[in-house]
Design a protein around this ligand. Structure first.
Ligand SMILES: [Zn+2]
Length: 230
């Protein structure tokens, strides 16, 4: 599972590792030290840690429980109580991330070959689909992240035929508040964004961090051995 940093003031990070066939969640100070195991579940073979709330109380994660529609759970780190947070039979849900004030969560939900982004109020219970606010309506929009001031959603999208980074302004009610605009086009073979499953993105105060890939190929010419003349 991928490590996730908590709020900068807490100076902790967490991650997980296989623990006797299951999954465990650890926290370790960034300054170093012995990791503290917070939680273990031996029934789970894989898990994805999506985000840690800015107040450091809650994590959002997905279990890999085979045969179930992918969903997002929340865990209270004080009690290690776990609850379903985003779960819907029609949608596979991924990439859940908090706003910087901890009041909202953005995520992508996939159905019928389309990935759409939503924002929903964070709550300590299941967030019903009736509360999800649609943010995009494209063919494939993914990796949503709130901007540092929570006024934009940064996202990756194939809406112009390439995987590029766009931004969707938000109104005070967290509904779309204006037209989306391109932040970074990646149309070159040498600087393209990887497949959705390999691509990750995160947003800081004045930068966006992405992994890019370079598509190259080599053509080899194999010359058959020349017949030696007698
Ligand atoms: Zn583009």
């Amino acid at each position: 599972m991928v490590p996730e940093y908590s709020a900068p003031t807490a100076l902790k990070s967490s991650g997980s590792a296989d623990y006797r066939g299951g999954i465990a969640l650890f926290e370790v100070p960034i300054s170093g030290g012995i990791p503290r195991r917070i939680w273990t579940d031996r029934r789970i073979s894989d898990s994805t840690l999506w985000d840690w709330s800015p107040q450091g109380e809650t994590i959002l994660y997905s279990d890999d429980l085979t045969g179930k529609t992918p969903s997002v759970s929340e865990m209270d780190l004080k009690t290690t109580k776990r609850l379903p947070f985003l779960q819907d039979d029609e949608y596979a849900i991924y990439e859940s991330h908090f706003s910087h004030d901890g009041k909202w969560v953005t995520f992508n939900a996939i159905t019928n070959g389309r990935s759409r982004l939503f924002v929903t109020p964070f709550r300590k219970s299941l967030a019903p689909r009736s509360e999800w606010i649609p943010i995009t309506d494209g063919h494939w929009d993914d990796k949503p992240r709130f901007s540092y001031d929570d006024r934009l959603i940064f996202l990756a999208s194939d809406r112009d035929g390439h995987r590029c980074i766009w931004a969707q302004p938000l109104g005070a009610d967290m509904h779309p508040g204006g037209s989306p605009f391109a932040v970074y086009h990646a149309h070159q073979r040498r600087r393209s964004l990887p497949n959705w499953s390999d691509f990750e993105m995160d947003v800081g105060m004045s930068m966006i961090v992405v992994n890019e890939e370079e598509l190259t190929g080599n053509v080899s010419l194999l010359e058959p051995a020349k017949a030696t003349s007698p």
